[in-house]
Design a binder for this molecule. Structure first.
Ligand code: SF4
Ligand code: SF4
Length: 118
């Protein structure tokens, strides 16, 4: 599997093209078992919203519909400001896997350099 530098990417921290096409902004779910829900509820209230089923999600902001916890410029230098308590869904995406590659393509990250390697 190819390896990429997540700190110069951030593509998977943005809402997917598929979600965007159907107007779905509930991208990053925070389940009740997450550290962010159990131990950092105040922080979650500041960063998240509850959907009509009462499930928490991190908010998406800006034109890019990026996760509110993402700092920096996508494709250049980024950092997750809640990295130790990021939700499980964030941990599932691995650099170079299908979801990663789709996110990078949709954000055109590294395309000019032939999908920049780490
Ligand atoms: S899209 Fe891939 S390389 Fe970019 S931040 Fe996500 S896992 Fe890392
Ligand atoms: S919580 Fe962190 S890793 Fe997860 S989408 Fe937001 S910025 Fe990215």
């Amino acid at each position: 599997m190819r390896r990429f530098d997540c700190q110069s990417c951030g593509a998977c921290c943005c809402n997917t093209e598929r979600n965007r096409s159907i107007g779905n902004r509930a991208y990053i779910e925070v389940t009740r078992s997450e550290r962010l829900y159990r131990l950092h509820r105040e922080q979650l209230r500041g960063l998240g919203f509850r959907d009509e089923r009462g499930l928490w999600h991190l908010r998406l902001v800006g034109e890019e519909q990026r996760c509110i916890a993402l700092d920096g410029q996508i494709g250049v230098r980024v950092a997750c400001t809640i990295y130790p308590q990021r939700p499980g869904g964030c941990k599932k995406v691995q650099p170079g896997d299908d979801e990663c590659m789709e996110a990078r393509r949709s954000k055109r990250v590294g395309l000019a350099a032939g999908l920049r390697k780490q």
